[in-house]
Design a protein around this ligand. Structure first.
Ligand code: NAG
Ligand code: NAG
Ligand code: NAG
Ligand code: NAG
Ligand code: NAG
Ligand code: NAG
Ligand code: NAG
Ligand code: NAG
Ligand code: NAG
Ligand code: NAG
Length: 504
């Protein structure tokens, strides 16, 4: 009886959940711990070529915010943990932060949310007591600028603060954090914001010592006797990701919060690891991220809330070669610093997000040693009758320098070639043009077809440069959390056992 009424309560509450009017989306995190971080304009070129419409930054880098202006890309910015204490202790520091990093860029740059810190409760526990103040101060600064409806305020949490995460219906937040979490959830609820959660099935799998099947972590189909069933709700779980998201919903429900949606601020899989990380492989990374994208965009929702969007930011855009820690830490990216894909995601559909197979990029350039007069004639033709958009080569525009006929005709030839769908005969120009696989882009002059590859020919651009020290993506690697996870994994074992019983 008791179990039945619990079930009824759980299902009754499910109905109350957040409105599902939002389309789910996939975004990408942009960590910048690279020895040769591409220029912001090249980052944006890659985002555009891959149809990425949502990004999260680990700071509020001014050059990135400028480059993202008027692109239609929705941007989540972050108050870095290093700045959190000051902001949580001073309303006016928070107001200055918002004025400098938000008001100065909005609406040209479509900032949609502010992450106040990054995994603060686990990464910076001594800032826990000021976290809610920091959220409130940032929010009141947005209110003062009349931007609080457009821009949400939240703080990404490590999923390790959710204990006993399987079965999800028994999950709860680490109770010693309740003094922070309760006012935080009050804040999220009253401001219409969302719970930001970082979910890493890779670590759950790694730390489970074989309890979690790899296929369950990778969203691969499982034989029915391996499916995990929550004995309280009888919901079937076919992957770790859904189980973690539902664990978060149940942990909130345990504290009586029923209408705060979850957004997954980080999830991914490393494509390479050290000898003790045998499952950090290209195949697994590709399988995880491809399945994750399909799962999120298909509006499947989770077993608890089918059809409710769980928008997710993939960790991450670039491999970050400067990241400390195990080899896998440097290999979470979808692309290398040249914008070349680490692997081609198993996604079909020519216009799909991240599905653009750009491994064979070609450009049309001026032939070496071509007669300058013929180049000039071809340039004049391209910018005239050829109807190429040549304004980028005007004085003061990004492709003015170097101001010579070779550089300018290359830009015009490449524009024409891409405009004509890269047919071989569109790269001829009476024999002075030729197809090349080297991207002629330089500095902020991005050629048509470029993904920001080969950023080697930087001229000294005037745009402010990316300050690499100001960026620090929250580390996906979190050794402290392993103990917590083992605990919830033990319960997961029980879950699997129960599952067997249920199916019998
Ligand atoms: C930002 O993006 C959202 C979603 O597409 C859109 O509704 C909103 O109008 C955009 N805001 C600005 C300032 O462009
Ligand atoms: C913080 O500043 C905002 C205006 O920016 C103001 O509305 C709010 O009352 C202040 N809060 C505190 C606690 O001082
Ligand atoms: C949640 O609500 C129930 C019913 O109103 C109440 O009994 C319980 O104490 C509440 N739990 C918390 C953590 O506030
Ligand atoms: C989306 O989900 C529906 C129903 O769950 C399924 O039939 C369909 O094949 C899925 N589509 C993709 C692209 O995965
Ligand atoms: C890319 O080029 C290689 C080698 O020329 C070729 O085998 C491959 O099919 C090409 N891929 C695409 C998508 O065109
Ligand atoms: C793929 O990227 C290239 C280079 O930016 C672009 O020209 C092309 O339109 C993209 N294709 C799709 C289907 O998005
Ligand atoms: C760029 O600027 C730096 C210092 O401002 C200068 O030393 C360097 O030579 C410049 N590089 C180029 C390629 O102009
Ligand atoms: C980058 O940040 C560091 C530390 O905040 C600062 O000392 C340095 O001046 C900054 N460099 C630039 C180019 O902004
Ligand atoms: C709960 O959080 C506290 C404070 O961060 C930590 O010391 C403790 O180890 C956590 N408890 C569990 C069971 O993980
Ligand atoms: C694709 C491409 O053009 N790659 C080149 C980028 O630049 C490096 C170094 O200059 C070359 O070695 C690559 O071939």
């Amino acid at each position: 009886m008791a179990v039945h009424s619990l079930l009824l309560l759980l299902f009754a509450v499910s109905v109350l959940v957040v409105a599902a009017d939002e389309e789910p989306f996939i975004g990408v995190n942009i960590g910048t711990d690279l020895s040769d971080m591409p220029h912001p304009t090249q980052v944006v070129a890659l985002l555009k070529a891959q149809q990425i419409r949502h990004v999260r930054l680990y700071d509020a880098d001014q050059a990135m915010l400028v480059a993202l202006a008027k692109t239609g890309i929705q941007v989540v910015i972050t108050v870095p943990n290093e700045e959190l204490l000051a902001i949580g202790q001073s309303n006016s520091t928070a107001a200055n932060w918002v004025s400098h990093n938000v008001v100065a860029h909005y609406p040209a740059t479509n900032i949609t949310a502010i992450c106040v810190g990054s995994e603060v409760l686990t990464a910076l526990p001594n800032a826990a007591k000021i976290l809610v103040n920091a959220l409130k101060y940032i929010h009141s600064a947005l209110v003062a600028s009349n931007l609080d409806r457009q821009i949400k305020v939240s703080t990404p949490l490590s999923s390790s603060i959710i204990l006993d995460s399987f079965p999800p219906s028994q999950a709860f937040f680490n109770k010693s954090l309740n003094s922070v979490l309760v006012p935080m959830l009050d804040f999220l609820q009253s401001t219409g914001s969302y719970l930001m959660l970082n979910i890493y099935p890779y670590y759950d799998y790694m730390q489970s010592n074989g309890v979690i099947p790899l296929d369950y972590a990778l969203f691969k189909p499982l034989p029915p006797n391996k499916e995990a069933v929550d004995s309280n709700t009888l919901l079937h779980y076919t992957n770790v990701f859904d189980a973690m998201v539902d664990a978060a919903y149940f942990a909130m429900l345990f504290l009586n919060y029923t209408n705060i949606p979850v957004v997954v601020t980080e999830s991914g899989w490393p494509s390479k690891g050290g000898s003790n990380e045998p499952d950090a492989t290209i195949d697994n990374a590709n399988t995880y991220n491809s399945n994750l994208i399909k799962h999120v965009l298909n509006q499947t929702g989770t077993p608890k809330y089918p059809g409710i969007a769980v928008s997710t930011y993939i960790y991450e855009l670039y491999n970050e070669d400067m990241k400390p820690g195990p080899l896998s830490e440097k290999n979470w990216g979808l692309f290398d610093a040249n914008g070349a894909p680490i692997y081609i995601l198993h996604l079909t559909g020519s216009d799909a997000l991240l599905a653009n197979d750009t491994s064979n990029q070609t450009f049309c350039i001026a032939k070496e040693g071509a007669d300058p007069k013929m180049l000039q004639a071809a340039l004049d033709w391209a910018c005239g009758p050829g109807k190429v958009e040549c304004s980028a080569m005007r004085q003061g525009q990004p492709c003015y320098e170097p101001d010579n006929v070779i550089a300018h005709s290359t830009y015009a030839f490449d524009s024409y070639y891409h405009k004509m769908g890269k047919t071989p005969d569109s790269c001829d120009f009476n024999g002075v043009a030729t197809v090349s696989t080297t991207d002629p882009s330089h500095g902020s002059c991005i050629f048509p077809g470029s993904l920001g590859r080969n950023a080697t020919t930087f001229t000294n651009v005037t745009a402010p440069s990316m300050n690499s020290t100001a960026s620090d993506s929250s580390s996906a690697y979190n050794p402290q959390s392993s103990e917590l996870r083992i605990r919830s994994l033990l319960l997961m074992v029980i879950g699997f056992l129960i599952c067997g019983v249920v199916l019998l």
